[in-house]
Design a protein around this ligand. Structure first.
Ligand code: NDP
Ligand code: OXD
Length: 310
């Protein structure tokens, strides 16, 4: 009975192994590059695994993604497609994401980028913004994270809208579903939050066509995945004034290269993929519980649907 762990960075790998070993004392837990008996390995716990990382292990029962997204696992062209993928979610992840979304929506809503720019110039300008009840915010993706974010925004008083693939009902949130209702949803979003998974259907969804459908001067927050965004289209939309500001937590290339234009753009806020990080002390409890449950029942709530892509 053994588990291999694959996370970029030796320190992080050791941190997770230590935490997991304390909870799963009957298991042998080793880094993927030093797995011991490969036939004994039945679980792989991974974040951004290398291509072909799972090929040495013929008896894998499940791959555990150290995150809510599974795109980093599906990206492996040599992935054994029959092996189930378990996501790692839980209340800490949703709590951190609702904090991030509330922080940045409020920041856009209250014009903080302009107020900060005024402070740098010692300019006393009392910018008047409407109350949240007169501001509409839309959330793309209404799953664990997007659903929680939408509820949080509604509780702050925002006119809250949500969009998903299939119809969702959330108290206090006006919901839309599928392509047929997408344009109506976008037309009302003064602030747009992307919390979609990255799939073939959602890749490049934040593009010029989408920006043109938002009210003029809208702002965008992307905490889904970098490839949701067409970067040049964002720069054009900011230049033309169609968009006023963007807050980006995720990027095509991470870490964001130091020469990338987003770093110094006055209308872009960059955060380094920290909207909702899983840390080993809290995340290992969820991973351990999922492995134990999957081992005894062959099922867990957090099982991803690889066909669907999330
Ligand atoms: P879920 O699987 O719980 O929810 C996904 C939501 O997206 C569902 O509502 C789903 O619709 C909707 N969706 C999927 N495809 C489409 C589509 N083609 N059109 C419209 N809606 C669609 O995911 P989570 O909420 O747990 O996580 C979402 C994503 O957030 C992750 O995949 C990851 O990329 C990102 N993330 C980012 C983090 C960060 O720190 N920046 C941290 C954690 C996650 P339906 O309800 O109909 O299935
Ligand atoms: C995740 C992430 O998918 O941190 O959980 O991006």
């Amino acid at each position: 009975m053994s588990i291999v762990v694959s996370i970029p960075g030796v320190d992080k790998t050791n941190w997770w192994i230590e935490q997991l070993q304390a909870l799963l004392s009957n298991w042998t837990i080793r880094p993927i590059h030093d797995p011991g008996d490969v036939e004994a390995v039945t679980y792989a716990v991974v974040w951004k695994p290398a291509t072909g990382a799972f090929l040495p292990f013929p008896n894998l029962k499940a791959i555990v993604s150290l995150g809510a997204g599974i795109d980093h696992v599906l990206a492996d062209a040599e992935l054994p497609r029959q092996v189930p993928i378990i996501r790692t979610v839980g209340t800490d992840l949703t709590q951190r994401m609702r904090e991030y979304v509330a922080l940045h929506v409020l920041r856009h809503h209250r014009d903080m980028p302009a107020i900060s720019a005024n402070q740098r110039e010692r300019r006393w300008a009392q910018l008047v913004v409407p109350p949240a009840t007169q501001r509409s915010v839309g959330v793309m993706g209404l799953g664990n994270l997007g659903g929680t974010a939408a509820r949080t925004l509604a509780s702050l008083g925002f006119e809250t809208l949500g969009w998903s693939r299939t119809k969702r009902e959330i108290d206090g949130v006006t919901t839309y579903a599928g392509q047929a209702e997408f344009a109506d949803f976008l037309a009302r979003c003064e602030i747009l939050v992307c919390l979609l998974p990255l799939t073939e259907a959602t890749m490049g969804i934040l593009d010029a066509d989408l920006f043109a459908r938002l009210p003029r001067g809208a702002s965008v927050i992307n905490a889904g995945r970098g490839p949701h965004l067409v970067e040049d289209d964002l720069l054009d939309a900011l230049e033309s004034g169609q968009l006023s500001h963007a807050t980006l937590d995720v990027f095509h290339v991470e870490p964001l290269p130091s020469e990338h234009p987003f770093w110094a753009h006055p209308a872009i806020t960059v955060t380094p993929h920290i909207a909702s990080l899983i840390d080993a002390p809290t995340g290992s409890r969820i991973v351990a519980a999922n492995i134990e449950r999957f081992e005894t029942t062959g099922h867990v709530e957090d099982l991803a649907n690889a066909e669907r892509g999330y």
